[in-house]
Design a binder for this molecule. Structure first.
Ligand code: ADP
Ligand code: ASP
Ligand code: MG
Length: 403
């Protein structure tokens, strides 16, 4: 079998843990498998590097951020290759570039355009264990790029897809995908299986256990994806096609996203095309807009509220301020003290009343809902950040996810 194993920050968090990973990988190789390992930076390292840059600049040049942040993963990749060599293996570490991961040039959140697997395939043929530095690639013009926070998951899935691996294992500090973040609700239950679509919603809505783009790609390339812990041999969670799952729960999980901000545009000129102009510009600036609400204001002006990831606020500000300058918007305000709580489950497709139950739960806890959005398999609510944990726990209980 060809197995891709990705080890996250906590799994390579110190030298003993890297040694532990080396032993694990060694055992899989000795059992007769080909192995490609993808590693994250040691936990806390990426944030530390970020804070170094912020010491010098509030808005550091993004290309330089990619040079800086990609270094964390190179440290672990080379250390793991050294540890594996010491265990008697022929191991080689590779940067994203050497692994053939070609991206577009949107620095700090680049998208993978193609993978040229030749060098990896050659190394596998020679019996080598490959250790790839996750989270990074190279743009067509030769610059180092990174794939967005949590991007090593994407590296692993993309490599598994390109080399048609039999299995892609994501090793982390929890034993699988839970009904909600076990750090918020200790009664959360581990799921044996979850569909790609539900996992994609959960990940997109804040469950950082997997990067959302990695799930999207796993679905597209049909990668057998398993999330498990590197700290024990406990079985993990299989992320698979919906039709492979016999028992379909009404609600599979609750996600929380505290990294959201709300932008309120007050007094937006009411003319055809204004929404298109604003949101096209935001999208061209790579701002990820989520929920949008428009209300009729007065004097031919409207109000538009929308949410963006906190990290995109500065880029969003730049765009909306141009409309203020042109007097197409009267006033803009920003609120970072919000969060988004979401309920996800394929069972919603065929059952009614799921959303209503969530709203009455919020009412019972006296939590005001600011914004709502729904899709076929999710209900999301924007609420005051101070009620985040309370909302998650009461929803978890309301849908009996602890049972
Ligand atoms: P890694 O560094 O290994 O990539 P992350 O910190 O990115 O790990 O992701 C693992 C964390 O995701 C867990 O520690 C947990 O707190 C969080 N998490 C959020 N939602 C869930 C969920 N539904 N199931 C499991 N873990 C979750
Ligand atoms: N080190 C990067 C981050 O912290 C990528 C990853 O861990 O997946 O976001
Ligand atoms: Mg992660």
């Amino acid at each position: 079998m060809l197995i891709v194993q990705k080890f996250g920050g906590t799994s390579v968090g110190d030298l003993d843990r890297i040694q532990n990973v080396a032993k694990r990988v060694s055992a899989v190789k000795k059992a007769g498998n080909d192995v490609i390992v993808v590693v994250s930076a040691m936990s806390g390292e990426t944030n530390k590097l970020l804070s170094y840059a912020e010491h010098f600049s509030k808005a550091p040049v993004k290309a330089e951020m990619d040079m800086l942040l990609s270094s964390g993963e190179r440290v672990t990749a080379s250390l793991l290759a050294i540890a594996l060599s010491e265990l008697g293996h022929n191991a080689v570490s590779m940067t994203g570039r050497k692994a053939g991961i070609v991206t577009n040039n949107i620095h700090t959140k680049a998208r993978i355009e193609e993978i040229n697997p030749l060098i990896m395939q050659e190394a596998i043929k020679e019996g080598k264990i490959i250790v790839v530095a996750g989270f990074q690639g190279v743009s067509q013009d030769g610059n180092v790029t990174t794939l967005g926070r949590g991007g090593s998951d994407l590296s692993a899935v993309a490599i598994a897809g390109a080399l048609k691996a039999d299995l892609c294992e994501i090793y982390t500090d929890v034993s699988g995908i839970f009904t909600t973040d076990p750090r918020i609700e200790p009664k959360a239950k581990k799921l044996d299986m979850i569909s790609y679509d539900e996992m994609l919603e959960l990940a997109s809505l804040g469950a950082k256990v997997l990067q959302n783009r990695s799930v999207e790609l796993a679905k597209k390339l049909n990668v057998n994806l398993v999330t498990r812990t590197s700290f024990s041999d406990e079985e993990g969670t299989l992320i698979t096609k919906e039709e492979n799952i016999m028992e379909k729960p009404l609600v599979s999980g609750i996600a929380l996203d505290k990294n959201q901000a709300r932008i309120s545009l007050v007094g937006v000129k009411d003319r055809p095309g204004i929404a298109s102009d604003i949101f096209t510009k935001l999208s061209n600036n790579n701002v990820n807009v989520d929920m949008i609400i428009q209300n009729v204001g007065h004097d031919g002006r409207a109000n538009i509220d929308f949410t963006v990831p906190v990290n995109d606020i500065d880029d969003a500000k730049e765009v909306v301020e141009t409309f203020v300058k042109e007097s197409e918007i009267d006033k803009v305000s920003y609120d970072e003290n919000i969060c988004k709580v979401s309920i996800v489950g394929v069972g919603m497709k065929s059952h009614t009343g799921v959303a209503a139950k969530a709203f009455s739960m919020m009412a019972k806890e006296n939590i005001n809902i600011n914004m709502i959005s729904t899709s076929e398999i999710k209900v999301s609510m924007v609420i005051d950040e101070k009620y985040a944990e309370l909302a998650v726990r009461s929803l978890h209980a309301a849908y009996e996810l602890d049972k």
